[in-house]
Design a protein around this ligand. Structure first.
Ligand code: AMP
Ligand code: MG
Length: 397
């Protein structure tokens, strides 16, 4: 039997089949969480004029120390009506335009004001408390690169630079189908042998967090006709994610029905734990992920395969998964054949990140997994990884 794909190989197979979605123009107010399709440059210098960093008085540094008459009062948005002449001061608010002729601002706390004049005791430096025009960015400079996610800070930068609309990849549409005759929705009552359906809401939320527009999840019993109908509907999305029904049991119907519906399977089974039976295929433009039913397996496979695919679909420069280095806080037994992703808690250990594997690492233990901050990669191999071993982890959000 051929060796199973490693998760890196499986991810390469997926990313090789991603065709980034076309871009559309998006008002800035609705661009949060989306990926920029083009570089965005500043429309203006930032700041657009030399501005005061403090509430105080605009002066010439060469006139200090000394006593200077206050000839005008400048507010933010209300520049002075004339240049500052030698031997003068103008009161200025934070964000006010530093008048022509002035080259420093003395903070209000450092002067004594009386009879329309200020007394400055110490010498000011040229440029003190003045934010030069273009000190953050010059007009035409790059504000945010193509392929970057628009987070709150990017939104602020784009708005400050005068950008009111950006070009972003269309949001991917996504469908979720959970399979299993044993599944009941929370709120229903459980008959013997039944469990509550956990993966639908979980995967829908994960998809949404990765930028997708998700249709309400469907849940189907292990019945061919029910599978066919739900999968056909799901195949109209950019991404179809199923849970369960991809193992080798007689009730595992997902791959068979998908093949009937024209899904070309790219791989089935990957050397990961949990998540080994994961499948991936394509039909026309749709990426089709078959995640195993155990909720932790679904969660791990989502982070390893589905989230990066969604990021790539949106044109992200770095689709991930974004591993970071950390240090094991306890020893971990390795799996000889499969890379294992352990649920762990993050602890800060001075300048290091410590990773504490949780007790209860079985793939059905979603409640235990909910206490985790991270998935720790224990690479396949013999023996144990001792405490203090540097490993890579994936932050869970
Ligand atoms: P399967 O991958 O269909 O063989 O399912 C593996 C295990 O996960 C079985 O114990 C299922 O009952 C359970 N399971 C499958 N789907 C779900 C789901 N949506 N929510 C919770 N547990 C599930
Ligand atoms: Mg099942």
């Amino acid at each position: 039997m051929a060796a199973l794909l490693t998760f890196e190989e499986a991810l390469r197979e997926i990313l090789a089949r991603v065709r980034p979605l076309p871009a559309e123009t998006v008002r800035l107010a609705t661009a949060a969480g989306r990926v920029l399709a083009t570089d965005v440059t500043a429309a203006v210098d930032l700041p657009p004029f030399p501005s005061s960093a403090m509430d105080g008085f605009a002066v010439r540094a060469d006139d200090t120390p000394g006593r200077l008459p206050v000839v005008e009062r400048i507010a933010a948005g209300r520049p002075a009506t004339r240049p500052l002449a030698a031997g003068q001061a103008m009161a200025i608010a934070t964000g006010g335009v530093v008048p022509e002729g002035a080259d420093a601002v003395v903070p209000i706390e450092r002067v004594v004001e009386d009879d329309g004049a200020i007394e400055i005791a110490a010498r000011l430096e040229h440029g003190e408390h003045v934010r030069p025009r273009g000190g953050d960015l010059a007009a035409g400079d790059l504000v945010v690169r193509a392929g970057a996610f628009v987070r709150a800070a990017e939104l602020g930068a784009l708005a400050a630079a005068g950008v009111d609309a950006v070009s972003c990849a269309r949001r991917p549409s996504a469908a979720v189908v959970s399979t299993g005759t044993e599944l009941r929705l929370p709120g229903e009552s459980l008959e013997p042998g039944q469990i509550f359906e956990a993966n639908g809401v979980m995967l829908a939320a994960a998809l949404a967090s990765a930028g997708a527009v998700v249709t309400p999840p469907e849940s189907v019993s292990d019945d061919e006709a029910a599978h066919r109908a739900a999968l056909e509907r799901g195949l109209s999305a950019d991404v179809l994610v199923t849970s369960g029904g991809v193992s080798v049991g007689p009730h595992d119907l997902v791959r068979t029905i998908e093949a009937e519906l024209g899904v070309e399977e790219v791989f089935w089974k990957v050397a990961v734990k949990p998540g080994k039976p994961v499948s991936f295929g394509v039909r026309d433009g749709t990426l089709v992920f078959g995640l195993p039913g155990n909720p932790v397996s679904s969660l791990v496979c989502f982070e390893l395969f589905v989230r990066p695919a969604l990021r790539a679909l949106q044109g992200a420069r770095e689709p991930g998964p974004a591993f970071a280095p950390g240090e094991l806080a306890a020893s971990v037994r390795r799996n000889p054949e499969r890379d294992e992703f352990l649920r762990a808690r993050l602890r800060s250990g001075g300048d290091r990140v410590l990773l504490e594997p949780l007790t209860g690492q079985e793939s059905h233990m979603i409640a235990r997994a909910a206490a985790a901050d991270a998935l720790v990669l224990a690479p396949r191999g013999e023996g144990e990884l001792g405490p203090g071993t540097t490993v890579r982890y994936l932050a869970l959000r």
